[in-house]
Design a protein around this ligand. Structure first.
Ligand SMILES: [Zn+2]
Ligand SMILES: [Zn+2]
Ligand SMILES: [Zn+2]
Ligand SMILES: [Zn+2]
Ligand SMILES: [Zn+2]
Length: 574
């Protein structure tokens, strides 16, 4: 069928959005009605089901003991310890329900959702880790969240395969590094952003293949540069020694100076490479991937976020974990062999033909099921024959369509997290009143009470004056809970961190881990895209006056950076 692009009003925010001919073809292929929410509202709705990094204590429904969980005690769902949940010692089919055609689907789903235990954490293949969540195949880690194949690391959020790294966000295969955002294959790299294959660099941005550089931006295969000026090896070493990053005062001054220096240089409108026909940001090795954010190996897909393992083909509105995926729509954390799956979350590996399922693994042909594994032909955790299933599911869908329930992700009011603990809050921070007005959940979660033993102002300025005694202190966060960062008010220094900072001579942190993460978020762009024009007005380029090239970029118009198109940027950097 020939489709025309269509302008639609979002049923949530009431703004216009366009459904393109390609989109209609996709919706037809996977047999769903076209969406009633705009792409941003769909993203926020999915993210209202994602707790990226908050940890809580919650009662285990089996033992009654308080255990660490990604779900707060106040959440109405039940949890089991992760190992017990994965075992065969209990049967999720005991909670089965009949489908009642007189009631809305989500009301009935809620009954099941509040009954069937969920695992305390979304993790598998974890060795000797503490306080980690949303991770798989990680080893010897502490407070590492959203990670795969990470080892001997602490305080990472969104990492893949790094070793001995600390306090970083969005890192990939880095080693012995600290305080970075969006770095790949870097070694002994500190406080740097958007760097790749660099060694011994500190406070650098957008550098590739550099060795021994400081405070620089936009360099390719350079050595011994300080604030983009090249020095001899000896001179470089002398100057760097004078900086003494071990002093917090020096570090803060140099950081402020560096961030100012960075603004003098242009930035490319998009992060990524080896792409064809893509739009969005942080896109790698992808083809025909539109409106995507942080993806690798995606093809013929749209509205993907944080799908970095690939390959992913023919997927729409899909976020936060996925590999070997095809025909996935409106899913969050579903992957490792997933096919024709819609409106699901936390379902992996090897899932096929699932619809409206949560925490179902190694299964196919399930509708509205929770915590099942190795099952087929179930509805609300009840077993049917193939014939019964194939007759009943279309009848349920038809009834849901009549009520306007079918074809959208789980509603936010059903989420197992309060809004403030979700990634939606990170991308769209709202206060209690506005969040409730928009239909999000808002309830307080119990906080830990820390007895501060070391005031922030009493931490010695230079790490050389700080001994191991600090490991037993409860240190006051410099923000003192007065910020919007979910500040915990206090933090500890762990031995791994102390040894690392001493060895490399960098100052110890002054903020709690939540505040540190929020500071790093300022160095990363968000998945909201703006139509803008290249800001280059260089005389020696092939344009008269300002460059006329336009693009979609995640740099909002009010951002201070100079944003260039690819051609103008390449002329300046290479
Ligand atoms: Zn909207
Ligand atoms: Zn704090
Ligand atoms: Zn703060
Ligand atoms: Zn340009
Ligand atoms: Zn130009």
């Amino acid at each position: 069928m020939e489709y025309k692009s269509q302008n639609v009003i979002c049923q949530n925010c009431k703004n216009d959005f366009t459904i393109e001919p390609d989109d209609f073809s996709f919706y037809e292929k996977i047999k769903v009605p076209s969406p009633t929410f705009c792409p941003w509202c769909r993203f926020i709705r999915r993210m209202s089901w994602r707790n990226d990094w908050h940890l809580f204590k919650k009662k285990d429904a089996l033992s009654g003991k308080e255990i660490f969980s990604f779900l707060p005690e106040e959440s109405p769902v039940k949890i089991y310890d992760r190992d017990y949940w994965w075992s065969d010692k209990w049967d999720p089919m005991e909670y089965s329900q009949n489908y009642d055609f007189s009631r809305p689907f989500f009301e009935q789903f809620k009954d099941l959702f509040y009954k069937v235990p969920l695992p305390a954490h979304s993790m598998h293949s974890i060795v000797n880790c503490h306080y980690c969540t949303n991770a798989n195949n990680i080893k010897n880690c502490y407070l590492v969240r959203g990670a795969t194949f990470t080892e001997d690391s602490a305080y990472l959020i969104w990492d893949h395969a790094s070793k001995q790294c600390l306090d970083s966000h969005m890192t990939n295969k880095c080693e012995l590094s600290y305080g970075n955002v969006n770095t790949t294959a870097c070694y002994r790299t500190l406080f740097s952003v958007d760097c790749e294959s660099c060694q011994e660099v500190a406070l650098c941005k957008d550098c590739v293949g550099c060795n021994s550089c400081f405070g620089s931006i936009g360099l390719r295969n350079k050595s011994y540069c300080i604030f983009n000026q090249e020095y001899s090896k000896e001179e470089y070493k002398e100057r760097i020694a004078e900086f003494n990053l071990g002093s917090n005062k020096n570090f803060q001054e140099l950081k402020a100076k560096t961030y100012k220096h960075w603004l003098n240089f242009p930035q490319k409108y998009i992060h990524g490479y080896h792409n064809a026909g893509v739009s969005g940001d942080y896109i790698f090795e992808s083809k025909n991937a539109k409106n995507c954010f942080r993806v690798r190996g995606a093809e013929d897909s749209k509205f993907l976020q944080n799908i970095i393992n690939g390959p992913v083909k023919d997927c729409y509105d899909y976020a936060n974990y996925g590999e070997n995926a095809e025909l996935v729509y409106e899913c969050l954390i579903a992957g490792s062999g997933v096919y024709n799956t819609k409106f699901c979350t936390q379902s992996f590996p090897n899932v096929k033909d699932l619809t409206y399922c949560i925490f179902c693994n190694d299964s196919s042909d399930l509708f509205g099921c929770i915590s099942l594994r190795k099952k087929q032909y179930c509805i609300f955790n009840k077993q049917y024959t193939k014939e019964e299933y194939e007759k009943l599911v279309p009848e349920i869908i038809a009834q849901m369509e009549k009520r306007g329930e079918y074809g959208e992700f789980f509603p936010s009011w059903l989420s197992y997290f309060p809004y403030k603990a979700t990634a939606a809050y990170e991308f769209s921070p709202l206060n209690e009143e506005d969040a409730k007005k928009k239909g999000f959940l808002w309830y307080p979660t119990s906080k830990q009470n820390y007895q501060i033993t070391l005031k922030n102002k009493n931490i010695a300025d230079d790490i050389k004056d700080i001994g191991k005694g600090i490991l037993s202190e409860v240190i006051e966060c410099a923000h003192k809970e007065s910020c919007q960062h979910e500040c915990t008010g206090a933090f500890r220094i762990i031995e791994m961190e102390f040894d690392f900072c001493k060895r490399i001579n960098i100052s110890l942190p002054r903020l709690c881990t939540n505040c540190r993460h929020h500071e790093r978020l300022l160095l990363r762009n968000s998945p909201a895209f703006y139509h803008r024009q290249c800001m280059c007005d260089k005389q020696n380029h092939n344009h008269q006056g300002r460059c006329q090239t336009e693009f979609e970029t995640s740099y909002a118009p009010d951002r201070p950076e100079k944003i260039y198109c690819e051609s103008c940027y390449n002329k300046e950097v290479y």
